[in-house]
Design a protein around this ligand. Structure first.
Ligand code: SAM
Length: 249
């Protein structure tokens, strides 16, 4: 009988934000396959689960997933396809022996995560694999908690997008939605600040870096940021003030 591939969300960094279910799966899986984005780096998702569960005695494999643009409906570059295939084959190597495999992924697997690419690739190679997804706390929820500010209330509309989108798409989203969650902001801060200024949204925008970790930092004056923020940074643009607080004041 084939093993089960568990694709689990680790939350944004604080091991206390791992779900009980995620902890129990990591405890019971003999094999952990963990993604890392930079060629020489280590897996943050693995570090998070490693703080909650002793990993000694488990087979732990860290695999590089290149951080390159992926457009829906378009085939990714061969380097990415090769990385997905390699990870899928590694997972299947254990699953075919009846061994359960855990793939931890940062935040929630449903949001801009490698988890679904692995899932699709595994199923493309073998169509009867048992796969279970376990949701995690998304980074944006941890950013919202850090700011004590909701992402959406009442009839507000929210958009969650990578800040690496084209200027035209960003402008459209900034105009249309009440709250905009901008992810992957670290390399495009200058461009973003310019767009936010033009949309007159600078005073509605807050950057949260490393939310939910000891290094958490929030910044409201985005044009004063000189060094690029860490990759684990998100900007929340919330157009509306919180109604209840406004009414009481
Ligand atoms: C590939 S996406 C992964 C999103 C993740 N699956 C989730 O549910 O939040 C990576 C982006 O998530 C955001 N992110 C991840 N961890 C974060 C943290 N601790 N604080 C702020 N933003 C974070 C950043 O915008 C980063 O560029």
């Amino acid at each position: 009988m084939s093993g089960t591939l568990y694709i689990i969300g680790t939350g944004p960094g604080d091991p206390q934000l791992l779900t009980l279910k995620a902890v129990s799966i990591v405890e019971n899986c003999p094999v952990i396959i963990a993604p890392h984005g930079s060629k020489k780096g280590n897996s943050t998702a693995l570090a998070i689960v490693g703080e909650a569960v002793p990993l000694a005695g488990k087979t732990v494999v860290q695999l590089h997933f290149p951080m390159k643009k992926i457009r829906s409906g378009h085939e990714p570059v061969p380097e990415i396809l090769a990385a997905w295939r390699h990870a899928a084959e590694e997972a299947l190597h254990h699953l075919n022996k009846g061994i359960n495999v855990c793939f931890p992924t940062l935040g929630d697997p449903a949001i801009y995560s490698t988890g679904y690419y692995l899932y699709e690739t595994v199923c493309g190679i073998k169509d009867d694999v048992n796969v279970e997804f376990v949701p995690g706390v998304p980074a944006m929820s941890s950013c919202s908690a850090a700011l004590a500010s909701p992402i959406c209330l009442g009839d507000e509309m929210v958009a969650v997008i990578p800040a690496t989108f084209s200027d035209d798409r960003l402008r459209e989203v900034l105009e249309r939605f009440d709250t905009i969650v901008l992810m992957k902001v670290h390399r495009v801060m200058d461009r973003l600040v310019e767009l936010l200024k033009r949309a007159d949204l600078m005073d509605r925008s807050v950057l949260v870096e490393k939310a939910g970790t000891a290094g958490q930092r929030t910044c409201t004056e985005l044009d004063k940021i000189t060094d690029p923020p860490h990759y684990y940074s998100t900007i929340i643009v919330r157009k509306n003030p919180i109604t209840v607080r406004t009414l009481i004041n």
